[in-house]
Each structure stands twice: as C-alpha cells, then as structure tokens.
Design a protein. Sequence first.
Length: 99
Amino acid sequence: MISVPVSGRLTFDDGLSHLAACVAGCGVAQVFDLGIAEHLRSGRLLNLFPDWSDEVFPLHAYFPSAQYIPAKVRAFEALLAGAIPNLRATTSDQDGFSS
C-alpha cells in the first residue's frame, strides 16, 4: 500500500479542467475514457483500478422526424460516431444513435 499525504481540495464543474489537474499531478480522478488514451500510453495517467469497470453513461439523440434531420445535426452525429468507439445506431431505420 502506498500512502500519499494530501492537503486541500479541488472541485471542478467541467471534465477538461478535472483531467488537466489530474495530468498535472494534483490528485486522483475518475474521468471519461474519451481522450485519455495518449495520457495512459505516455504514463502521465495511470489506471489505478484496471479490473473495476467504469460507469456507462448512455448518449441518446432524439429527432422529431427521422425523415427531415438538419444537415448540422447529421454532421454532429457523424462527428460523435467517429469520436466514440462502439457507437451504434438503435432506431429501426438507422437514423439517430444511442450508446
């Protein structure tokens, strides 16, 4: 067991600041997997509990009509689909997505 003396407390309301503080060595954090692979590979972050599965937060997109989805909404959907591994469509006509 390793003991690390700490003092003070940091509180964040956004994930990027939370991650930046952790990478800077300010403490231990539970962060989303999205965007941390390079930090793990380089050793800037360590996975303290590799056998402990993280919570899964579902992501849903709801469209009033799958027939008339605005181009900017489809572009955002494509961006997310490329950025998030294992993103899958769940609607019967494959418009929209949910993970």
